[in-house]
Design a protein around this ligand. Sequence first.
Ligand code: ZN
Length: 198
Amino acid sequence: MDLYSGHINKLIDELAHLPGIGAKSAQRLAFHLINMPKEKVNRLAKTIMDAKENVRYCSECYTLTDKETCPICANEKRDHRTIMVVENSRDLAAYEKTGKYEGIYHVLHGAISPMLGIGPGDIKLKELIKRLEGDVDEVIIATNSSLEGETTAMYIGKLIKPTGIRVTRIASGVPVGGDLEYIDEVTLLRALEGRTEL
Ligand code: ZN
């Protein structure tokens, strides 16, 4: 028996598909939304649609941005010869928060996972290789220390080595299996400073 109306059930169901939202949270959010004033709900819906329509990949580093080129790539003061490779825009944000990294980034939007059927062609890897045709001194691989992150790091390392460009991997001060976005800034900086040659 359905406890709620079809519309509520549909809303709960949609919310429950979002990452990190379980059945209970979805229910709580759904009731919260229903009880919100109509104009607030409209604003939220419009904000979601606007973001969806206007956010795209930076033409250089592939992070999510509103412009053709993201503010980091557009910043002349950044060191454009050092590229840090991260799995997603959230990891980029984590390193940006330290305020100590002066290079630029490359966002893969995923990691190689044979188990999930995600191969090198499914992430922004050839885009990275293309960037290396420019002036690059170092590629710092800052993928997560999960199995997928390590597999990806090894794969990229092997790919770049023959080019003669310096390839480094952040130190494993980052806990195994840990998502970069949840790690504090001091640990992130230590991992960056302790990076090793691949
Ligand atoms: Zn960019």
